[in-house]
Design a protein around this ligand. Structure first.
Ligand SMILES: Cc1cc2nc3c(=O)[nH]c(=O)nc-3n(C[C@H](O)[C@H](O)[C@H](O)COP(=O)(O)OP(=O)(O)OC[C@H]3O[C@@H](n4cnc5c(N)ncnc54)[C@H](O)[C@@H]3O)c2cc1C
Length: 426
């Protein structure tokens, strides 16, 4: 393939790659996507479906380090770290710890809020292009807690959302019982974020993007990219070199290795999550619901109730540990005793996670025409369309809806980190 000013190659057909492909194509660029897998069958297939507009807080919140020993030692908690990722992943955890400082957390929350504010404006045009309106719903989101008080850590997260203009509403025991027939009686307090949207079939959404892209003349080549060319504006795939004016690396957690060959090092780890899909759960509610004491999300989807959770830091290619799914079901049953786990499908996928809960979006500093679009962690479904719109604007030389500086790969370079650590608390 020959490069021209109006051509682009996208590496990876997950939600981020396909949203970007559709966006660039709509801007009149001739786009080719490379991926050996079917679109969406990486991490994007099995997520909780939340567009997370109200979720501003990063994972690294002040005080989290004190909780780590308990999180790791108690098998009922959702965090697992495989010793096999050390010592390579040490810098990731070091940077995570530094991001939990209050002033840094506030900077990150502001950068997450900026992405969240753009979600609906950037998502809906793509959904419309793909004819996928029936896959996105506006039902809000509810967080449920056992007992009578919202724990301090969760309350701090809601306050942060409110500081960024998100409306939250308290639910009392009677309202909870009305919304969730059959729920355990010790679940007596909840918080609703009415502005949230969700997707009822995350794989269906990527598939719809891919179909719309191909129907408009886009090409998806079922082959993996084995290397980027030295210039950054070409890829090697299927034994041939393909060039374009722009190359976008949107290969999820696999992006780290791909860009390392061009001298870019980025802290990107596989934070593996699990789900159970219950075809006939026996519980009926319309709102995506987080069982907040356990960080488990229950989402009503087109083909059943999806139960998601777990943050397992492990090598990308390690076999899944499906005992996590059994734990998810047992914990969900503490809230919904009548939950029917019969016929459940189990799934694992690697969230491409950075230590600051922000994606890497922007141009490679030393390779004009090479663009990064990965590292979306727990928010890739939500932030895919914002990434796509931002890259589309940057490639076309238009003003982007957001300032891309906080998302640049430059933030992981040593001097930049030093600068951040010296900056006074805001
Ligand atoms: C349990 C769970 C729940 C989640 N819930 C939510 C949620 O509610 N809301 C939300 O916003 N996010 C959620 N997420 C996160 C979200 O799913 C991810 O952030 C998102 O899917 C990442 O998309 P991606 O396109 O970057 O990666 P992927 O979907 O993994 O796609 C990357 C693609 O790159 C391809 N690839 C890899 N190497 C190569 C190569 N060499 N050449 C060509 N192609 C290559 C892969 O085959 C893959 O198809 C959740 C994740 C999990 C696991």
């Amino acid at each position: 393939m020959q490069g021209s000013a109006r051509t682009a190659i996208i590496v990876g057909a997950g939600i981020v790659g396909m949203a970007t492909a559709l966006r660039l194509q709509a801007d009149g660029i001739s786009v080719t996507v490379f991926d050996a897998r079917e679109p969406g069958t990486g991490c994007s297939e099995g997520n909780s479906g939340g567009f997370g507009i109200g979720l501003v807080a990063p994972i690294a919140m002040p005080g989290i380090l004190r909780q780590v020993p308990r999180l790791l030692l108690d098998p009922e908690e959702p965090l697992f770290i495989s010793p096999r990722i050390f010592p390579r992943a040490l810098p990731w955890f070091w940077q995570f710890a530094r991001n939990a400082r209050p002033h840094r957390m506030r900077q990150i929350a502001a950068a997450r809020a900026a992405l969240n504010h753009q979600v609906l404006d950037t998502l809906m045009p793509l959904v419309k292009l793909a004819g996928a309106e029936d896959l996105v719903r506006h039902e809000g989101m509810v967080f449920l807690f056992r007992g009578d008080v919202v724990p301090t850590g969760a309350a701090a997260r809601f306050r942060l959302s409110e500081d960024h203009g998100i409306v939250t509403e308290r639910l009392d025991a009677a309202e909870i019982a009305g919304l969730y027939p059959g729920i355990a009686t010790d679940v007596r307090i909840g918080v609703r974020i009415p502005g949230n949207w969700h997707c009822t079939d995350p794989l269906g959404l990527v598939t719809a993007f891919a179909r719309a892209f191909e129907a408009r003349g886009g090409r998806i080549v079922r082959a993996d990219v084995t290397a980027l060319t030295a210039s950054g504006t070409g890829v090697v795939a299927g034994g041939a070199t393909h060039t374009a004016c722009h190359v976008v690396v949107a290969a999820g957690v696999w992006s780290r290795k791909m860009i390392a060959a061009l001298g870019y090092s980025v802290p990107l780890e596989a934070e593996r999550g699990y789900h159970l899909m219950l075809p006939k759960s026996g519980v009926a509610f319309a709102v995506p619901t987080t069982l907040a004491d356990r960080n488990i999300v229950l989402t009503p989807m087109d083909n059943g109730l999806r139960i998601t959770g777990i943050a397992e830091f492990a090598p990308i290619d390690a076999p899944p540990d499906y005992s996590h799914c059994d734990r998810l079901l047992a914990q969900a049953k503490c809230y919904f005793p009548d939950l029917d786990g019969g016929g459940a499908e189990r799934w694992m996928g690697p969230r491409p996670s950075t230590p600051d809960s922000l994606p890497v979006i922007g141009q490679a500093p030393r390779h004009p025409g090479l663009w990064f679009a990965f590292g979306h962690g727990q928010s890739g479904l939500a932030h895919a369309s914002v990434t796509a719109a931002s890259l589309g604007a940057a490639i076309a030389g238009r003003r982007a809806g957001i300032n891309l500086t906080p998302y640049g790969i430059e933030r992981f370079q040593r001097s930049y980190n030093r600068h951040l650590s010296l900056s006074p608390p805001s």
